[in-house]
Design a protein around this ligand. Structure first.
Ligand code: ATP
Length: 222
């Protein structure tokens, strides 16, 4: 039987399929009963680049994105708390709610984990919960270095398409499975450039962004 709770914090500006698939896989792999998505109000480590969409919109998009998945829940603890959102406070609140014996796992991507030592009370945090660090592209990129030696000479790497062009003109590209190279930054840039974000975010989130005119450059969005 599944047991335990994952805490998956982030800006979710907006939530995308990279987040959702990562949370689903970690929930399954660790046998967690639930993963709580926790949108941050003001992430302390992003003061120089604050979230673009208001917290209410980011929270609503998380709700829409997880709506049909019974293993996911959207937790408002950070958006409803004034001031910067510190993971230590969120994990403490979860620990208080669930009790000392409950299995609690903080879930974060490897990019976020790199800054871990700068987090408030990080040493204490390690004593309160397990941590699951998720791999995140572009670590799995296909590069000239890991391309099969025998075939390499016949190909030229094309950085624009992140693919290899064969001397015949055909292109070879890596099809990433599971490892989803999706970022909220790229999604916002696409919206600003009037490009499609379909299949990068859940349909309901795509609709919400369009209806609320989020991330459009003329509105001051980045
Ligand atoms: P931005 O591009 O605005 O920095 P983001 O796409 O990195 O946003 P966040 O809300 O900052 O999204 O990420 C929340 C958490 O999800 C972080 O721990 C991050 O490492 C992880 N994460 C985000 N995108 C992916 C992905 N495609 N695959 C795996 N983990 C991801």
């Amino acid at each position: 039987m599944s047991s335990g709770t994952g805490i998956f914090g982030g800006t979710f500006d907006p939530i995308h399929l990279g987040h959702l698939r990562a949370a689903e896989e970690v929930r399954e792999a660790l046998g967690l009963a639930e993963v709580r998505f926790v949108p941050a109000a003001t992430p302390p480590h992003r003061r120089s680049a604050p979230p673009v969409a208001p917290a209410e919109d980011r929270y609503r998009m998380v709700q829409l994105g997880i709506a049909d998945n019974p293993g996911f829940r959207c937790w408002d603890i950070e958006v409803s708390r004034a001031g910067p959102s510190y993971s230590i406070d969120t994990v403490r609140a979860a620990r208080d709610e669930l009790g000392p014996a409950a299995r609690l796992v903080l879930v974060l991507g490897v990019d976020a984990f790199r800054d871990f030592e700068t987090w408030k009370d990080h040493a204490t945090l390690l004593t309160l919960c397990d941590i699951a660090v998720l791999t995140r592209p572009p670590a799995a990129n296909l590069t000239a270095e890991n391309f099969p030696l025998a075939a390499r000479k016949a190909f030229r790497y094309d950085p624009d398409s992140d693919g290899f062009v064969h001397e015949s003109g055909h292109v070879l590209s890596l099809q990433r499975i599971t490892s989803l190279d999706i970022s909220a930054t790229a999604i916002r840039a696409r919206v600003a450039a009037r490009r499609s974000i379909r299949f990068l975010v859940p349909c309901a989130v795509e609709r919400y962004i369009a209806e609320h005119r989020l991330y459009r450059q003329e509105d001051g969005a980045r």
